[in-house]
Design a binder for this molecule. Structure first.
Ligand SMILES: Nc1ncnc2c1ncn2[C@@H]1O[C@H](COP(=O)(O)OP(=O)(O)O)[C@@H](O)[C@H]1O
Ligand SMILES: [Mg+2]
Length: 283
């Protein structure tokens, strides 16, 4: 792993502003770059096919509400090889941090759903599944829209799986991943897996509590067991007296793919009519 000093020397960094917690072979830093200004630098050790795909997915598509990649290349310094990315810095808070303070008002939740669904509609058209939609990977840009980040385990549906382990277990974050990611059967996975995760995120955002995590789970297996068995109770939320939004969230979270909306596009149309009704009712 490169030291902070080596990073400053090798990547045109004027200053390291912040180090985000490391995960695996990936480092994420907020830096002051001599040309780009304040940007995110992601450094991934090793020559990983998966990282190249993540980068390709974002650079080859111009998704709205996804940070832009400004520069990417491989590096080879101090006996370490890998790939680096300079990425647009979305100044704001992650949904995780926002929810630590309080749950979302319905108007914020509607914006969140709208922004996420619009990225997901674009992804569906390109046959890309994100597979890791969760509060850590969603940022609210200051006084602006919500952004989806971290395409680290995204997958283009028409491509072959990368590794056997991945094919067997399926990468995911317990608590947000859809049942079919765990009970991995490649043919069952499509953009409705992301709809499930979005349903969990929205449920957590509007109720303030996670539908499958109660805090006393001991391990991933227990969380998976909850994901597959627990039926979240509908909760009346302010501004949604007819439970239109709650009803929609519930269908996103259906355990069986066949009971969710048949596509993200259809989910978006349904969402738009729910949103209109809620706004008509006055919020
Ligand atoms: N473009 C960005 N703008 C602002 N913050 C970011 C950006 N990319 C990543 N982060 C922050 O860094 C954290 C880790 O980055 P992420 O790409 O999600 O990597 P990981 O694979 O470690 O989850 C995020 O949860 C977020 O807080
Ligand atoms: Mg992440």
């Amino acid at each position: 792993m490169l030291s902070d000093k080596q990073i400053v020397e090798n990547f045109h960094v004027d200053k390291i502003i912040k180090n985000y917690p490391r995960s695996g072979q990936k480092r994420v830093l907020l830096i002051q770059h001599h040309k780009y200004g304040k940007v995110i630098l992601k450094i991934v050790e090793g020559d990983s096919e998966r990282v190249r795909r993540e980068i390709a997915i974002v650079t080859e598509n111009h998704f709205g509400n996804v940070p832009q990649i400004l520069e990417m290349d491989s590096y080879d310094c101090n006996d370490e090889k890998g790939i680096y990315i300079f990425e647009e810095f979305i100044e704001g808070d992650t949904l995780t941090n926002i929810l630590k303070k309080s749950k979302l008002e319905i108007s914020d939740a509607l914006d969140l759903a709208n922004n996420m669904l619009s990225v997901m509609v674009e992804m569906e058209e390109k046959r890309i599944v994100h597979r890791d939609i969760k509060p850590d990977n969603i940022i609210k840009k200051k006084n602006e829209e919500w952004y989806l980040i971290d395409f680290g385990i995204a997958r283009v549906l028409d491509m072959n799986s990368l590794t056997l382990t991945e094919a067997r277990i399926g990468p995911h974050t317990p608590g947000y991943g859809a049942p079919e990611l765990f009970q991995y059967s490649k043919k069952d996975i499509d953009n409705r897996a992301d709809l499930f995760s979005l349903g969990v995120v929205l449920f957590e955002a509007v109720t303030g509590s996670h539908p499958f995590l109660k805090g006393d789970e001991l391990n991933r297996n227990e969380i998976w067991y909850n994901t597959i068995t627990v039926i979240p109770q509908s909760v009346v939320i302010d501004g949604d007296k007819d439970m239109l939004l709650m009803g929609l969230i519930q269908t996103f979270m259906q355990k069986h793919i066949s009971r969710r909306p048949k596509s993200v596009k259809q989910a978006m149309q349904w969402f738009q009519s729910v949103k209109e009704e809620i706004i008509k009712g006055g919020i």
